[in-house]
Design a protein around this ligand. Structure first.
Ligand code: A2P
Length: 270
């Protein structure tokens, strides 16, 4: 799985055609890993962008591209699961490229979960014969998830980050990452952007990052984190960054849903 994935969640979403052309920009600057979800509404434009990238010769084969999509919670029922996966695969256009059967196979033999805390992972590990390969959760310098990451490491579960930049300048985001005085100081000394410092830190933690940008220059900048490293002293400074979730999750709890409280949603780690 390429270390930097392009996140495609956005509110509001650009029209599909515009989004497809933005995603072609991403192929042009070198992205090979894309993160979508049935909920985001970006599977279809992403599928079109993959087809166009093939047509333009930006990629030689579909196999070069790693795509993560997500089943939404309301489809996590035995009778809804396979139809929902099929819809996602169809929207991504994978059927047309002859990869449908195989992809499904991979999707069903590797388990990729998202937003699982230690309690949910423990329950899952106790009740499955296929342990999850990846857990995608919020990780950024202002929500570092050290305990969960340590747990995942012990269990051999790879951790992938959503909102690695704290969803900067979005309706639900924070400036606590890109405007952190600690990160700014490091960025200034290293002549890098604060985004690059945050992404490099995530990479050095052994996690992958799904970073959203629909701007070609920033997309490029976010990939440019591999030929330098943070010093030990710089890394240590991250432990002084105040910790707080970007997404409280309040929209995802309901009296009638699977998670009635934030405590339940986040496994007691609010
Ligand atoms: P844009 O799409 O205009 O680049 P996250 O990945 O944590 O959810 O953050 C996404 C937000 O951060 C988006 O608003 C995105 O805006 C912005 N962003 C992405 N890359 C950068 C960057 N290198 N510098 C500044 N802002 C960035």
């Amino acid at each position: 799985m390429p270390v930097i994935g392009l996140g495609t969640a956005a509110i509001p979403l650009p029209p599909h055609e515009t989004l497809t052309s933005i995603l072609i920009d991403a192929f042009e600057v070198g992205y090979k890993h894309f993160e979508t979800a049935s909920l985001y509404g970006t599977e279809e434009p992403l599928g079109k962008a993959v087809a166009k990238a093939l047509e333009l010769g930006l990629i030689k084969s579909r196999d070069e591209v790693f795509i993560t999509s997500k089943l939404w919670t309301s489809d996590a029922h035995p009778d809804l699961l396979v139809p929902a996966l099929k819809t996602s695969v169809q929207k991504l256009g994978l059927e047309n490229m002859g990869s449908y059967g195989r992809v499904l196979q991979i999707g069903l033999s590797k388990v990729y979960v998202s937003n699982f805390g230690i309690k949910k992972l423990t329950q899952l590990l106790e009740n499955t014969i296929i342990p999850p390969a990846v857990n995608q959760v919020e990780i950024n310098p202002s929500w570092q998830q050290r305990k969960l990451r340590e747990f995942c490491k012990q269990k051999g579960i790879h951790v992938s980050a959503w909102s690695p930049l704290g969803a900067y300048k979005t309706s639900y985001g924070t400036n606590a990452v890109l405007e952190s005085p600690i990160i700014k100081e490091i960025a200034c000394a290293r002549q890098k952007s604060t985004a690059q410092i945050a992404l490099r830190w995530i990479y050095e933690q052994g996690a992958t990052a799904n970073v959203k940008s629909f701007n070609k220059e920033r997309m490029k900048q976010n990939l440019d984190i591999f030929d330098w490293e943070l010093s030990e002293e710089e890394s240590q400074k991250f432990s002084y960054i105040p910790q707080r979730r970007v997404h409280s999750g309040v929209n995802f709890v309901s009296e009638n849903g699977p998670y009635r409280t934030l405590e339940e949603l986040w496994d007691g780690d609010p």
